[in-house]
Design a protein around this ligand. Structure first.
Ligand code: FAD
Length: 455
């Protein structure tokens, strides 16, 4: 049994809120400090409905605190991608085996569900409108500014968790300590959210149970369904260049461009111009850093330690998996050596955080560019055939990342080996029927034996 600690969590986003429930389960007293107001009583982000793809790693963490079923009731399964070409022609690509899906959930709705669950726990207290403005890691003191009154207060918890996102103040303090590695990189793309509203009878204007993609080479738009019949669309677009945010200066430019490249979407977006010019452009950042802890007194978690670009739909899922892993470690934790525990945690998670960061950037290329290529889609079908024939030896990369809890680093490494094999196999494939040709089968068997030997 470990001693009960007074723990402060900076940031009551998805990761901070879920973390509080797990830490309370282990007998600790939790105070969460969130710079924003309570999203349950005031609308933030201008009321935009932002949704996220939740997959197996995330579900596992929600199940661990008994909230899986409640979230499932409002989550919309997306069984595959639907690609929209420039003529409005559609192509389907399943995400996994039949019945496997990723789920569209509302960020605000999920955060609210986690907060409501915490409220029934007397060991968890939320403090809204409190921004961490100064963190003294050595003393474990945090200076907080009350956003409403402007007053400041200083807290001194036993343990401090930085769940304050990609621009973490806790990490900011760690950056000033000796031998702290830090790397931040931005894509030359930003994102803007737009809407396809529900139809007049409250239904979905396009297929509900899919993630829609309009892949256009060096940019793309995607759409995820919401329970109210609408879709939240996200345009991923270069900041500069011929086709870019900078190039669209007025409504005329916007409509000319959208009508040309997204012709089937435009009639479904009546508020397009207003939303386009009102909604902000968000930046896409990857953050890698190490270590994630300081002297056994503070620990970074979620985006604060590993912000990734959103193209694998794994940022939140990876943050939730951090919590599952920490929970497993706390189950076996005896004594009071938090320094050792935090070191074990950060060493276990860091290679996986780096791997999902790299996979997310690679998946951007796949989504905006390759999914429009018939050869690529044929290759995916062939890969599904291989994994059907050799289920023990071949799990497709997307499946490993999305539908298993295999370490992300293992998925990345195995995916690279599989990619080499697929390049060789595809030289012999012109159509799906070619898969059964003896030379293809022989080549595959030989390659799989070599892959096993390399393990
Ligand atoms: P955050 O959600 O950023 O929460 C941090 C909290 O800390 C916030 O509430 C913030 O107000 C608070 N805070 C910040 N600074 C301070 C401070 N100084 N003092 C007090 N409070 C502070 N992930 C997926 O898994 N699936 C997806 O489909 C997906 N889609 C995405 C789409 C987009 C466009 C983007 C940008 C991201 C997407 N992600 C997705 C990633 C996901 O949003 C993040 O990984 C997730 O929100 C991380 O949760 P977090 O709690 O660590 O950080």
């Amino acid at each position: 049994m470990t001693e009960r600690k007074n723990i402060a969590i900076m940031g009551a986003g998805l990761v901070g809120s879920l973390l509080s429930l797990y830490l309370a389960k282990h007998g600790h007293k939790i105070d969460l400090y969130e710079r924003r107001s309570d999203l349950r009583v005031s609308t933030i982000d201008g009321g935009r409905s932002i949704n996220l793809a939740l997959s197996d790693r995330g579900w596992r963490a929600l199940k661990g605190i008994g909230i899986e079923e409640e979230v499932r009731k409002v989550a919309i399964p997306m069984y595959g991608r639907i690609m929209h070409d420039e003529q409005g022609k559609l192509t389907h690509q399943p995400y996994g085996k039949e019945g496997q899906a990723i789920y569209s959930v509302s960020r605000g709705g999920l955060n609210t569900a986690l907060m409501n669950l915490s409220e029934s726990n007397s060991d968890i207290t939320y403090h809204f409108n409190r921004q961490a403005i100064d963190v003294n890691l050595r003393e474990n003191e945090v200076q907080l500014r009350n956003i409403t009154t402007g007053e400041t207060e200083t807290i001194k918890p036993d343990l401090l968790f930085g769940a304050d996102g990609a621009y973490s103040a806790v990490r900011g303090a760690m950056q000033k300590t000796e031998r702290f590695d830090y790397q931040q990189s931005y894509l030359e793309y930003g994102y803007k959210e737009l809407t396809i509203p529900a139809t007049a009878d409250g239904g979905w204007a396009i297929e509900k149970n899919a993630l829609h993609i309009w892949p256009r080479g060096n940019y793309m738009m995607i759409a995820l369904p919401n329970p109210d019949g609408s879709f939240t669309c996200t345009l991923f677009f270069p900041y500069e260049g011929e086709h870019s945010f900078a190039a669209i200066k007025n409504e005329e430019d916007l409509l000319a461009f959208f009508n040309r490249v997204f012709p089937d979407a435009v009639p479904l977006m009546p508020e397009l111009a207003q939303e386009y010019f009102e909604n902000p452009v968000g930046a896409l950042v990857t953050v890698k850093c190490f270590p994630w802890s300081y002297e056994g007194k503070s620990l970074l978690i979620g985006d604060a330690s590993h912000a990734v670009v959103p193209f694998y739909g794994q940022g939140m899922n990876a943050g939730f998996e951090d919590i599952t892993v920490l929970d497993q470690m706390l189950e076996n934790f005896e004594g009071d050596n938090w320094e050792e525990l935090f070191h074990a945690f950060e060493h276990r998670r860091k290679p996986n955080a780096d791997a999902i960061a790299d996979l997310a950037v690679l998946n951007f290329e796949e989504m905006r560019d390759k999914v429009a290529d018939p050869r690529f889609l044929l290759r995916k079908k062939i890969e599904n055939k291989i994994s059907g024939q050799y289920p023990e030896k071949w799990i497709p990369l997307y499946t490993m990342v999305t539908f298993t809890d295999l370490p992300y680093s293992y998925a990345l490494e195995t995916g690279q080996k599989q990619d080499k094999i697929m390049k060789k196999v595809m030289k012999h494939i012109q159509s799906i029927e070619d898969y059964d040709r003896p030379e293809v089968q022989q080549l595959l068997e030989k390659q799989l034996v070599q892959k096993e030997k390399l393990k």
